[in-house]
Write a protein that binds this ligand. Structure first.
Ligand code: MD3
Ligand code: FE
Length: 204
């Protein structure tokens, strides 16, 4: 049934329609003060196809000069990131049982044609903490590989309201978003898919 790596868990429709709407409202409120920015690859400066913002004490950012990092402030405004919504803090406690709170929630907005190439998330110092992902809006194909690039991958279609937890071995496996079914959901006001990923960054 589930031959994803150990530590991977999928909760279909964890959030109902009302909760999904509440999360979208929180994102809309958050991005008033912390607008979506265009992340750029280290060294080359190539823009990624998603745009990003964050909630929490720390936000994941990337630019040509300084590369991937966590920063307590927005790259353009210099303001602190908006607080993590309570619904997300409660989700973390419920699905991870991890003894310390998450510090960062990355907001990825996928519009028409946006994808995310295969990568491993390796900018967090707390290697034992799981990552929790929430999908909102258009469905997408998420692909999970192993610890080495180029091995076999397994696909999973993620729908609005789904939650995925990556703990244990799955935390350091390659993963990507290969396709978004743009226009299938009306949840996101300007269209597309919003993915939220919660992380513990500093050692605990
Ligand atoms: C597996 N985001 O932001 S979420 C990312 O849908 C990222 O936007 C994708 O990969 C998205 O880094 C996938 C699911 C996810 C997130 C983090 C992981 C899967 C993961 C970390 C380790 C292993
Ligand atoms: Fe990732």
């Amino acid at each position: 049934m589930n031959n994803f790596p150990p530590g991977f868990a999928h909760y279909p429709l964890y959030f109902d329609a009302a909760q999904q709407a509440e999360l979208i409202a929180a994102v809309r409120e958050g991005v008033k003060g912390a607008p979506f920015f265009v992340p750029r690859m280290p060294r080359t400066g190539t823009p990624m196809s998603v745009v990003m913002s964050n909630f929490g004490e720390l936000g994941w950012v990337t630019d040509k000069e300084r590369g991937y990092r966590y920063d307590p402030t927005h790259p353009v405004s210099g303001n602190p990131w908006p607080a993590m919504p309570k619904l997300l803090m409660d989700l973390w406690d419920d699905v991870t049982g991890y003894p310390v709170q998450p510090e960062a929630c990355l907001i990825n907005w996928y519009r028409d044609g946006s994808k995310m190439g295969a990568h491993i998330d390796n900018d967090e110092q707390d290697a034992k903490a799981p990552v929790v992902s929430i999908s909102l809006g258009d469905p997408a194909i998420f692909r999970m590989g192993g610890p080495k690039r180029g091995g076999p991958t397994k696909g999973l279609k993620l729908f609005s309201g789904d939650v995925v937890v990556m703990a244990g071995e799955s935390r350091f496996c390659y993963h990507s978003v290969s396709k978004v079914f743009y226009g299938e959901s009306a949840l996101v006001p300007k269209g597309g898919r919003i993915n939220l990923t919660m992380r513990r960054v500093r050692p605990s």
